[in-house]
Design a protein around this ligand. Structure first.
Ligand code: C2O
Ligand code: CU
Length: 579
């Protein structure tokens, strides 16, 4: 069983236990004896089963189980201790066990709420708050059922409730002494002096564009979705003038995966001010990384990218040989882009398909009709990629794979989630059952260039209640906090930095660090066993633990966030900052 399914199973069992205890309590309150005893038995079994799931989770990693061991564990023990003996005595009047059963129900519910609303790290405040809630609810139920709680019980309840409030709700993680990320300051740009030789102008504006044969309202660069394809050769100096015609939420250009100088990174409020309607901003950087990249707005990025403010950036090492095709996949107004493209290709022509996922969720790509190699991921060439046949690849949000092959005499087709997007003729192959490539075991290995790390950071991804805003929200959190309250990661120029990224939620988080490619060291304790993988976008699936590292060689303040842009908006964004 994977840790992801264990997390899900544990949640279901916890829910079942809480519901059964509460149901048993309610049934005994109305003297439905068999029902009450039956539900209590279910609750007991579920509570015991949780001991197994929690132990298994703790073995997979303390991050997955901390609050379950420290808060749910003691609460369940208390519940069993109070309700168990009374049930065993099987009182003549079943109503006598109503309050103990309800107590057990509140305890199970409290523990569940701690997991769902607060998560990691477990805090004393959250524990006390749960206990206070359980005791209060029990006292109130006791009163309602005519039981007179003793003075001591009431006093203890009061004391716990006060302690919980005093120690803080425990739901907000204090950033403590961590330095704040400079926001909305003045933005000095030290634009590089080199004379640009590739100039582009991108004008953002509302537009009506064709998406799969239907006109849809979009936000577009130069009236088209995707925006114009920007191409360059290594060594070129690019100058891109961004204009905003009428996008009220503002626009910027972020060069996804391109490790530009910090002041060209396009993060509004951090590296520049958003470009408002009628304004412009000029980006300039040297194209020193070859490969497949993309650009997109980073202002209101969730809606902005979804509405169409993105395009392809390809930097080639030299003149194109053979056929070089970009396939930026996107979902615009619910319709898949790009439109299917069919072209004849002479046998023997070398083909490179540059697959780009510009959506916020993973896509599955299957190339049928030929053997192929994955030549590059996230713009970086792989070492010793071997030929693959009848194998699919999963590309995370923001990620890119370059597939290469020599055109066979027979047709070839690329399917994205089962839809033919690019083909050289008719191909009818069922690809849905194909195995999926694991890039961590593909290609030829090389030694990790570092043996020690100057800085290590752990990022535990989850959901949690964020009470710091006027309106409480159910945020996507990192270490229990949501943007802008996640402490920045402070590094020094030259540091070798290790990230441990843990997903304890039920959903995939495609992780993306700006300004750097990270080298994948391990996943779930298994060292990466293929070609070195220098990624800027990688899916951390539920229950997974990734270890990645990089050298801090690009000074500035860099966004570090989930590239499911709705998650990034809902709290899952922090910053890497050079001291
Ligand atoms: Cu492609 Cu911060 O994003
Ligand atoms: Cu996410």
């Amino acid at each position: 069983m994977t840790t992801g399914s264990l997390l899900a199973a544990d949640l279901v069992i916890a829910l079942l236990a809480a519901a059964a205890w509460l149901g048993g309590g309610a049934a005994s309150a109305v003297r439905r004896r068999p029902l009450a005893l039956g539900l209590a038995a279910v609750a007991l079994i579920a509570t015991l089963a949780r001991a197994i799931t929690i132990t298994a989770l703790a073995r997979a990693g303390w991050w997955f189980a901390a609050e379950k061991v420290l808060i749910a564990g003691p609460l369940s023990l208390a519940a069993m201790g109070v309700a168990g003996p009374r049930l065993l005595r099987a009182p003549a009047d079943i109503r006598a066990v109503a309050v103990p059963l309800l107590f057990a129900g509140y305890a199970a519910t409290g523990a569940l709420l701690v997991t769902v609303l607060h998560g990691y790290p477990a805090s004393a405040g959250a524990g006390l708050l749960a206990v206070a809630g359980v005791v209060t609810a029990t006292v109130i139920s006791g009163r309602a059922l005519g039981a007179r709680p003793s003075r001591t019980v009431s006093r203890v309840a009061l004391a716990v409730a006060v302690a919980a409030l005093v120690s803080g709700t425990g739901l907000a993680v204090a950033p403590g002494a961590a330095p704040a990320v400079p926001h909305d300051h003045a933005y000095p740009t030290a634009r590089i002096a080199d004379e640009p030789n590739r100039r582009f102008t991108l004008t953002a504006g509302t537009a009506t564009v064709d998406a799969g044969g239907r006109d849809v309202a979009a936000w577009a660069f130069n009236g088209q979705v995707p925006g114009p394809e920007l191409t360059a050769t290594v060594g070129d100096v690019l100058e891109v003038t961004l204009r905003n015609r009428d996008i009220g939420r503002g626009v910027t250009l972020h060069w996804h995966g391109y490790d530009v100088p910090n002041d060209q990174d396009g993060v509004p409020g951090v590296t520049q001010a958003a470009v408002r309607p009628g304004q412009e901003f000029v980006y300039r950087f040297r194209a020193d990384q070859a490969g497949t990249y993309w650009y997109h707005t980073h202002s209101a990025s969730d809606v902005g990218v979804r509405m169409g403010l993105y395009g392809v950036l390809v930097v080639r090492p030299g003149p194109v040989t053979g056929l070089d095709v970009t396939v930026p996949v996107h979902t615009l107004a619910g319709r898949p882009l790009p439109a299917p493209r069919v072209e004849r290709v002479e046998a023997g022509v070398p083909v490179r398909l540059r697959l780009i996922n510009t959506d916020s969720t993973t896509h599955r790509y299957a190339l049928a009709g030929t053997a192929f190699r994955v030549a590059a991921i996230d713009g970086v060439d792989l070492r010793g990629p071997t030929p693959l046949v009848d194998t699919a690849v999963l590309i995370p949000a923001g990620g890119r794979y370059d597939l290469v092959f020599d055109a066979p005499a027979t047709p070839v087709a690329l399917f994205v989630d089962g839809r033919a997007v690019y083909s050289t003729g008719p191909v009818s192959t069922a690809t849905s059952a194909w195995p999926v490539l694991d890039p961590l075991g593909y290609g030829a290995t090389a030694a990790v260039p570092w043996s020690r790390f100057d800085k290590t950071f752990t990022l535990v991804l989850d959901r949690g209640l964020d009470l710091r805003k006027l309106l409480p929200r159910y945020a996507h959190t990192v270490n229990g906090a949501a943007d802008p309250d996640i402490p920045p990661q402070v590094v020094r120029l030259g540091d070798v930095v290790l990230f441990t990224i843990v997903n304890r939620s039920q959903i995939v988080h495609p992780w993306h660090l700006h300004g750097h490619h990270v080298l994948v060291l391990a996943r779930d304790g298994e060292p990466a066993a293929g070609s070195p993988l220098w990624l800027d976008s990688f899916d951390v699936r539920p229950g997974e633990v990734w270890k990645v590292a990089f050298r801090a060689d690009n000074p500035g303040v860099w966004a570090n966030h989930c590239h499911n842009l709705a998650h990034a908006d809902a709290g899952m964004t922090l910053h890497l900052m050079y001291s």
